[in-house]
Design a binder for this molecule. Sequence first.
Ligand SMILES: [Zn+2]
Ligand SMILES: [Zn+2]
Length: 77
Amino acid sequence: MAVCETCGNDYEMAFEIRAQGATHTFDSFECAIHKLAPRCEHCGVTIIGHGHQVEGSFYCCAHCASAASGASTVDHA
Ligand SMILES: [Zn+2]
Ligand SMILES: [Zn+2]
């Protein structure tokens, strides 16, 4: 049995995710995303897909990246 780091649920199907050298335990992907996913620096949305990284900052889409940083990036269609 393992306890979820995000919500504290003790769940027999809990799983581990290794990120940046540390191992984290979660009971659901939602809890893992809540804890580990970066957030868009412009709108605060949780970035679950690839997102955009501009000069060390994460953005959910090209619109936010260019609005916040002035950089011109484009979404992959
Ligand atoms: Zn949880
Ligand atoms: Zn955004």
